[in-house]
Design a protein around this ligand. Structure first.
Ligand code: HSE
Length: 434
């Protein structure tokens, strides 16, 4: 082990620049905590001449990140380019093959190729750090892998996408449209280059795939996750949720059930009393239910240069100290496969919003269809907005059910639609209780 840990960074966007600044700012403290100096010696990015507000003239420049990854002049390769394929994947593989430890913030890469990369790291006896890939500055990877090693985890769930939480918060608080909130999130730099990744739930799914593996000792498998985004959430849903004592959040949930590990991403009603309900704006939160610690919630910045750099630098410091954990907590060969559980067997409470014809018998027919499937109602709310007539003489009816199965809900709603009292497709949102 050389005295100085020589670091090469590929990707000089907001996070890359923040990592360089943070390593510089904390260099003395990091050196004493790690027992050796950490020095960025080389970088790679697309445009060499671009003004990034930092001086890179003293660093070796590589146009090709793969060449940087293989360079004998670095000990550790930091990948901050993003993307599950192409340059990021090639460079990370090249670094691991060359026997260099890797630190990455790339959730998409890990969700797609995490097992292969972890195996490569194991074969070469090097570290693969990815604290920054999930929930930005929140140290949830280390919490699950090391901090909760003495627990059996029952459920992990959280707000893992700042863009969605920002959109839902502003819609709820200010009554703004989905489109306006998304534009603002893009302007503020929270959203992915393709915002479908955010609003469609895929970014959350990538992060959840990583958390599930760490929590339950399963192989990372993003295809085992049921994914729904927030596009269908309306101001009417947010308002009804508020009136009924809930908030709507896009959650990633992984839960041990009698059938296996259920993994799902979807808009979720959470009681206002729950810790995640309090989390507003771009902030992320992860709640872990475990046998010994009971409930633990971590809340913090899920994106942004400094917050993400904080997690990247923590991994770099571990590597400087010589700490090398199995990336996903267990050797890859010991990770079990996580089969996808069908959503039909999901059990929980449901919020249902119906646009119902305002005529006798409608509410009774709905209640009958629910009762036929043994669905018990916690509350039912029918309210004609004052001074307004609903579209085509309809009124909104909102139901909250006690725990039941997804199959029962879908069958009951199919029957309700067939009865002919409904004007629009029913809105269904799952409820997640503490
Ligand atoms: N687009 C992501 C988010 C960035 O909104 O949370 C951090 O992964």
């Amino acid at each position: 082990m050389s005295q100085i840990l020589r670091v090469g960074i590929a990707g000089l966007g907001t996070v890359g620049v923040s990592v360089i600044r943070l390593l510089e700012r904390q260099s003395a403290a990091l050196a004493s905590r790690s027992g050796r100096s950490i020095k960025v010696v080389a970088v790679s990015a697309r445009e060499r001449g671009r003004d990034r507000g930092i001086d890179v003239s003293g660093l070796s420049w590589f146009d090709d990140p793969v060449a940087l990854a293989r360079s004998p002049d670095i000990d550790l390769f930091v990948e901050l380019m993003g993307g599950s394929e192409g340059a990021a994947r090639e460079a990370v593989e090249a670094a691991l093959l060359a026997g260099k430890s890797v630190v990455t913030a790339n959730k998409a890469l890990l969700a797609a190729h995490g097992m292969q990369l972890a195996r490569m790291a194991e074969d070469k006896h090097v570290a693969l750090g990815f604290e920054a890939s999930v929930a930005g500055g929140i140290p949830v990877v280390k919490t699950l892998r090391e901090g909760l090693a003495g627990n059996q985890i029952v459920r992990v769930y959280g707000i893992l996408n700042g863009t969605c939480n920002y959109i839902l918060t502003r819609m709820e608080r200010e009554g703004l449209s989905f489109e306006d909130c998304l534009k603002e999130a893009q302007r503020l730099g929270y959203a992915e280059a393709d915002p479908t990744f955010d609003i469609g739930g895929f970014d959350t799914a990538h992060k959840l795939a990583i958390l599930t593996s760490l929590a339950f000792g399963t192989a990372v498998d993003k295809d085992a996750i049921h994914v729904e985004g927030i596009q269908s959430i309306t101001l009417a849903d947010l308002k009804s949720a508020d009136e009924l004592g809930y908030r709507i959040k896009l959650l990633g949930v992984a839960q041990r059930t009698a059938h296996g590990i259920e993994q799902r991403v979807h808009p979720t009603m959470v009681p206002k009393s729950s810790a995640v309900a309090e989390v507003m704006g771009v902030t992320n939160a992860v709640t872990i239910d475990a046998d010994a610690v009971k409930e633990l919630t971590l809340v913090g910045p899920g994106a942004g240069g400094d917050a993400t750099a904080s997690a990247v630098v923590a991994d770099i410091a571990d590597i400087a100290k010589g700490i090398r954990s199995a990336p996903f907590g267990l050797p890859v060969a010991s990770l079990e496969s996580a089969k996808r559980l069908p959503m039909q067997i999901h059990e929980g409470g449901y919020y249902i919003r119906l646009s119902v014809q305002d005529r006798p018998g409608a509410a009774a027919a709905i209640a009958t269809r629910m009762a036929e499937r043994q669905i018990s109602l916690e509350s039912i709310m029918q309210r004609k907005p004052p001074g307004e007539t609903g579209a085509k003489g309809t009124v909104p009816v909102v139901l909250i059910t006690y725990a039941t199965s997804e199959t029962a809900i879908r069958e009951a709603l199919e029957a309700v639609v067939k009865d002919g009292y409904i004007a629009e497709r029913p809105q269904v949102i799952r409820i997640e209780r503490e």
